[in-house]
Design a protein around this ligand. Structure first.
Ligand SMILES: Cc1cc2nc3c(=O)[nH]c(=O)nc-3n(C[C@H](O)[C@H](O)[C@H](O)COP(=O)(O)OP(=O)(O)OC[C@H]3O[C@@H](n4cnc5c(N)ncnc54)[C@H](O)[C@@H]3O)c2cc1C
Length: 474
């Protein structure tokens, strides 16, 4: 078998064999959210209100902001406004890799902030420790497992990259890698323990919401914020329901959705990422692949796959295609993309041919807030009354707690270790307006796919972007 085939494309639309069979009954819904213990909807805003702090967005960023605000100052009156349901968006539908990295990986962080990278690394580890401590303190049943992460090489040039980039991990040659997790496509791997935990993403969101409410945060669902306006010394937050909330401070955790601040509208684009979930593996099926550490796995291609086990031994399998639609729109219709599911299913069985016969139970997608520096940026507006953390670019499960802490520092006007960071003070370059954003992203995606097929060699377009510190990732 050609070891590169899973990473080099695969046609769509003519699917047959194990992948077609496996996809036949997959439900077009999010496994994590599609559960009997999903909390009942909370009430909507049905009257004008006041608060010390309004948080917009009920994903991890918003919930951490509300929770940390209350933990720091129990007397602060906090209201969280969510347009849909808590965690319905990225926070409830992601892969559940809760990484210590605040910089979308070490190489991105080291390249952009070489002088402060060690500090960022330590802050990231402390952030992950604090997430773990919160999960324990509030008894959040989100299957938090600090398994670490496995990075696998599936093409010869990636083996050299892995050797150079072992970091704090352990290099595994082909045999050692296959003894841990067995795929004929693996040429080597690195296991980095401790820096990543695997979580059940929706249960983490639901648990954070419950913890925030236990401290007195008022959470309001199905209440979309339509605008912000200065009001005396504070802000007036307008909602679709016609009611306003007046507050001294406003925190925005709106991720890939249209920003409520004109100044950040061009700084992110919504990029769609897709995922398959299998049915639970039998003991025999699991034994056929191994996976003793149960660590989350990612491969090294530009178009990378990520995959992990769930507590009931299903495999979540996602990534590869990162789809951008003209016009920066976030729409539920984009959560399903048959050609991507077919490609992912084909790659799954090329990676684990031992699992032929296994079926997928769920298929879904979701929007990632990609920015040109690949990790969150922070800022404030309206003379410090409004602050935000946006642009996690596909690695926000852990980093969102740090983003929330920075948002609160900015709203408090506090001078902290966090606000002194160059990473926090600098902003990424924006994407251009349409149709230039679309054209540039398509060209970059094409060039990245070509580089994967060409021993990782980057063409002139990618080298120019690298030189400018720009790029596209998921
Ligand atoms: C398929 C997929 C897989 C991923 N896998 C991983 C992974 O394994 N590890 C990782 O670290 N990251 C992963 N990510 C990214 C991660 O999920 C996000 O970075 C993270 O959830 C961002 O949290 P958030 O709270 O900022 O945004 P969201 O969870 O998107 O929450 C934003 C919320 O704001 C609300 N909102 C927006 N505008 C308004 C408004 N005007 N009024 C009221 N409410 C509003 C939305 O309704 C939404 O609920 C993945 C993302 C996707 C889509």
């Amino acid at each position: 078998m050609a070891p590169l085939s899973p990473l080099t494309g695969g046609s769509a639309g003519t699917l047959s064999g194990p992948a077609a069979h496996a996809l036949a009954d997959a439900a077009p819904s999010v496994f994590w959210l599609d559960r009997a213990d999903r909390p009942a909807p909370r009430t909507s805003l049905d009257a004008d209100a006041t608060a010390d702090l309004v948080v917009v967005g009920g994903g991890y960023t918003g919930l951490w902001t509300a929770l940390l605000a209350k933990e720091a100052n129990p007397g602060r009156d906090v209201v969280l406004l969510e347009a849909g349901r808590i965690g319905w968006a990225a926070s409830g539908r992601n892969g559940g890799f809760c990484s210590a990295s605040l910089t979308h990986g070490e190489s991105n962080g080291r390249e952009r902030w070489p002088a402060e990278y060690e500090q960022l690394h330590q802050l990231g580890l402390a952030n992950l420790d604090a997430i773990q401590a919160t999960v324990q303190r509030h008894d959040i049943g989100c299957d938090f497992q600090r398994t670490g992460e496995l990075t696998v090489a599936t093409a010869p040039h990636q083996v050299d990259w892995l050797r150079e980039d072992v970091g704090t991990g352990t290099f595994l040659d082909r045999d050692a890698m296959r003894a841990e997790l067995d795929s004929p496509t693996y040429l080597a791997g690195v296991h980095t323990p401790d820096e990543t935990a695997m979580v059940d993403p929706a249960r983490l969101v639901w648990g954070l919401a419950e913890a925030a409410e236990s401290l007195g945060v008022r959470i309001v669902e199905r209440t979309k914020v339509t605008g912000l306006e200065r009001d005396g010394a504070g802000m007036r937050v307008h909602t679709e329901r016609g009611h306003d909330v007046r507050a001294a401070r406003v925190a925005l955790g709106t991720n890939a959705f249209p920003s409520l601040l004109r100044r950040t509208r061009l700084h992110t684009v919504p990029v769609y990422d897709y995922v398959l979930m299998t049915e639970p593996l039998s003991d025999q099926q699991l034994a056929s692949i191994g996976w003793h550490t149960r660590a989350g796995v990612g491969d090294m291609a530009n178009q990378f796959h990520y995959y992990r086990l769930t507590d009931d031994n299903r495999i979540l399998w996602g990534g590869y295609d990162a789809i951008y639609h003209l016009g920066r729109r976030v729409r539920p219709t984009k959560d399903q993309r048959p050609q991507t599911f077919e490609r992912l299913a084909t790659h799954f069985f090329e990676t684990f041919p031992q699992l032929e016969g296994l079926r997928f139970s769920h298929r879904w997608g979701g929007a990632i807030d990609t920015c040109t520096r690949f990790c969150a940026f922070y800022g404030s507006a309206h003379d410090g009354r409004v602050a935000y953390a946006l642009g996690y670019t596909g690695l926000g499960v852990g980093a969102s707690r740090f983003g929330a802490a920075v948002t609160l520092d900015l709203l408090d006007g506090a001078d902290t270790e966090r606000t002194r960071l160059q990473m926090v003070r600098e902003k990424p370059l924006p994407f251009p307006p349409e149709p230039f954003a679309y054209a540039g992203i398509q060209l970059t995606r094409w060039a990245l796919a070509r580089a994967d097929q060409n021993d990782g060699r980057r063409n002139a377009w990618l080298r120019t972007l690298d030189h400018l510190g720009l790029g596209f990732d998921s």
